[in-house]
Design a protein around this ligand. Structure first.
Ligand SMILES: [Zn+2]
Length: 295
């Protein structure tokens, strides 16, 4: 296996500073720091200025908005705003995609973290245990219930995303890419699905490949992971060896799938005219998997 490429949306430079989150005095000092910065957001979208995230002074936070502590960057406290009115917050909206392509990798990673955190607060204002209201704790990395005292933590949903690979009798290896229902025309990507309770990563990869494509994975190899902020998933990228390449597609999820050679993947990644498929965008870990397999 060749060296794994680094997925997009990773590599934030910020120190999450758990020692500040959990210490009321240190958190108060961070909130009172005149240098403290507040992320500019338009609903959940970033405000990008010259390829960098836009920030303002924490003192300029909107009335009723609550600051969520992102951490320390160059020793300066950084926050994201949770607006008083969360009706415009849609964690699944993909309107930020274009802005993400304008940001440097570490800036995009910091934004992705802030976005998932704000979206979580917006949708977890009530206790899942008793239905009472919840309030921010630990600088924004916890919510506590007023009624039953339950503590709630920002959630991340694990998703497996995998390239099945198959070597034929002549030693030619191909990988499987599919067109998900709702993808742009021609776009083909790795297959993916949520990990279910009680499953290991390997078991989820095997189940999803069988459900969506009807292929049986012999071995599963972990490659890399990526936080995905729409709304808050952890994409777990794998390669899976398949002995029998015969496909039986679940067309409700994947309406087309093809086995592609190294040459075909290289042409797609290069965006060549006449390439057999349209490659996933650079932000997607599916592209990282294709690049890693290609070597
Ligand atoms: Zn409760």
């Amino acid at each position: 296996m060749t060296r794994t490429r680094t997925p997009a949306l990773t590599g934030a430079r910020i120190d999450r500073a758990d020692h500040v989150r959990g210490d009321a005095d240190r958190l108060a000092a961070a909130l009172g720091d005149r240098r403290a910065r507040l992320l500019l957001l338009d609903a959940l979208d970033p405000v990008v200025e010259d390829g960098l995230l836009g920030w303002t002074s924490l003192g300029l936070i909107d009335d009723g908005a609550e600051p969520l502590f992102l951490g320390l960057l160059d020793d300066i406290p950084h926050f994201a705003p949770l607006p008083a009115d969360v009706s415009r917050i849609d964690g699944r909206s993909r309107s930020a995609w274009a802005a993400l392509t304008l940001l440097a990798a570490d800036e995009a990673a910091l934004y992705a973290s802030a976005r998932s955190l704000v979206a979580w607060h917006a949708s977890y204002r009530f206790c899942a245990n008793c239905g009472s209201g919840t309030v921010i704790a630990k600088g924004g990395w916890q919510r506590d219930c007023d009624g039953c005292g339950a503590q709630h933590f920002p959630r991340t949903d694990p998703v497996v995303i995998m390239l099945a690979r198959h070597g034929d009798a002549n030693g030619v290896e191909r990988v499987l890419v599919g067109h998900g229902v709702g993808f742009p025309s021609g776009r083909m990507s790795a297959l993916a699905g949520f990990v279910e309770p009680g499953e290991s990563i390997e078991e989820a990869v095997r189940r999803e490949l069988f459900e969506e494509a009807g292929v049986v994975a012999e071995t599963v190899e972990y490659i890399a992971s990526q936080p995905w902020p729409f709304a808050s998933s952890l994409m777990i990228g794998c390669l899976a060896e398949v002995a029998d390449p015969t496909l039986t597609l679940d067309t409700k999820e994947v309406d087309a799938a093809i086995w592609v050679t190294r040459e075909e993947v290289a042409a797609a990644l290069a965006g060549e005219e006449g390439a057999r498929f349209l490659a996933p965008p650079p932000i997607a870990i599916a592209r990282t998997l294709l690049e890693t397999w290609l070597g």
